[in-house]
Design a protein around this ligand. Sequence first.
Ligand SMILES: [Mg+2]
Length: 163
Amino acid sequence: MGNIFRPNLCVNKVSDLNFSELYEKGFRYALLDFDNTLAPDHYTEPIEYSYEMVSRMKNAGFSLCLVSNAKSERSAKIAKMLDIPCISYAHKPSPSGVLKAMDMIGAAKENTLMIGDQLFTDMAAGNRAGVYTILVERYSKKEVFYVVLKRFPEWILRKICRF
Ligand SMILES: [Mg+2]
């Protein structure tokens, strides 16, 4: 149980990742969740941290794409401000948005990371698409109601599966 939700790697924050090392391992593309991965939940604009992480990844040689379940208006604006492409209405946990993003930026599953904060959306979508999944702890504990609802089953799953 839990296989499609299990990340390949768990870290505390995006800033803990060594992107040069990941690049050396052969990864070239990173698909990014935004809410609570690169900024607090449901922000309408990127924050300093978002810009810093994006530039860190770009400097390491990565091509990026935002893959968000959010409405296209908000995610398109965020992606534009971060100067990266974007797939909105990604329908995570379906792999469709991830696959669409990979197709758009020319990524292959062997050289692609999916970075996000939720097991039931980001990790499931990434794993189903066959990319390397990285779970980060939520950026902030303040979340919208329907996300809060998912945190308890996530906690249970992580206890059972030990990650
Ligand atoms: Mg998120």
